[in-house]
Design a protein around this ligand. Structure first.
Ligand code: ACO
Length: 321
């Protein structure tokens, strides 16, 4: 038995912040941000939470799949910005949607979080332990940004995306590729948990996201095409067989460079980052939901997905829609 995505959903915060809005509160411009990244606006939370947006994305995915929360027996949320250390975002989603039969937990693989969660759910389902999973990527990155660091804070946004993954005898997930390189962890980091015990004196100041942008760029444009090619080959396909590449939405220049290295036309790389910015673990499921709702995804189409980011981590999948 295989697994297939039978429904998608997403949820973005109400407040839209354009590049021009940012230029009124910091020394930046629409020209600088959009020419280097392709980003024109992002949604940022006010009252919305990671769990609240996750639950809404999950409801929309279940609705799209034609199932109820009673059918869900596994919930995995990929996130680095759960609302609390405890309980997990996944347990909060379980409570919010009333998925009383589900087992629920979070995983942290940064911008690859949704893809790692999808692979974990796929593996669980294939053992026969569970039949129907909610796989969610969700972030409120704006709360861990240094809003005095214009080189990072302009890149990111908030939001959540979800899919329903179910055991299936036909099509679905054909192949996976995953990897990590912990030695390069410092390239993209957020060190903000201090030792609170009485034996040591530590700074109580919170750390924020720190990024070496050029190193991330180099990592992405070499690792992602290699991972996608390995996955496509493992699925018994060639790059030309892929109808769409639904990649993590970090930067349009990364997407263009990956397209060039794969020798694939850029119009096979759908984009949401112009309107949403980089939403880390949420970017791939939000993009997939947009593609699904626009009617771009037809039965039998081959879709390559890939996430990459902090850790460092990367993960790709090829599926038949
Ligand atoms: N507005 C105006 N000027 C800015 C801004 C800003 N928001 N940010 C930085 N600058 C200035 C800098 O101060 C610097 O000025 P200086 O030359 O006078 O010192 C100049 O612009 C160049 O700064 P760099 O940091 O060198 O900018 P770079 O050309 O490398 O572009 C960028 C930065 C867009 C982040 C680039 O490195 C990149 O594309 N990196 C890929 C990484 C990425 O997209 N990460 C996303 C998150 S990680 C992930 O999801 C995997």
């Amino acid at each position: 038995m295989g697994t297939r995505i039978i429904g998608t959903g997403s949820c973005l915060p109400e407040t839209v912040v354009t590049n021009d809005d940012l230029s009124r509160i910091m020394d930046t411009s629409d020209e600088w941000i959009s020419s280097r990244t392709g980003i024109r606006q992002r949604h940022l939370v006010r009252e919305e939470t990671t769990a609240g947006m996750s639950a809404e994305a999950a409801r929309r995915a279940m609705d799209n799949a034609g199932i109820t929360a009673q059918d869900i027996d596994l919930i995995i949320v990929g996130t680095v910005t759960a609302d609390h250390v405890l309980p997990s975002c996944a347990c909060e989603v379980q409570a919010a949607i009333g998925a009383e039969h589900a087992v629920a937990f979070d995983i942290n693989a940064a911008c690859s979080g949704f893809m790692f969660a999808l692979n974990i759910a796929h593996a669980y389902l294939q053992t026969g332990t569970y039949k129907t999973a909610l796989v969610i990527g969700a972030e409120t990155l704006s709360k861990i940004m240094d809003w005095n660091d214009r080189s990072t804070c302009v890149l990111f946004g908030d939001g959540a995306g979800a899919v329903v993954l179910q055991l299936s005898s036909q099509g679905g997930v054909l192949a996976f590729d995953q990897g990590s390189d912990g030695v390069k962890g410092g390239v993209l980091s957020c060190v903000n948990r201090t030792n609170n015990n009485p034996l040591v004196e530590t700074s109580k100041e919170l750390g924020y996201v720190h990024m070496d942008g050029q190193e991330v760029y180099r990592f992405a444009v070499t690792t992602v095409p290699a991972s996608v090619i390995r996955t496509v080959r493992a699925a018994g396909l060639s790059v030309e067989d892929i109808d769409y590449f639904a990649l993590h939405q970090a930067n349009v220049r990364i997407l263009q460079a990956v397209a060039k290295r794969l020798k694939a036309p850029e119009d096979k790389f759908p984009i949401s980052l112009d309107r949403c910015g980089n939403i880390s673990a949420a970017s791939v499921p939000i993009l997939l939901d947009e593609m699904n709702r626009k009617g771009l995804l037809k039965p039998g189409m081959k879709i390559a997905m890939s996430g990459f980011g902090g850790g460092l981590t990367w993960a790709s999948a090829v599926l038949e829609w």
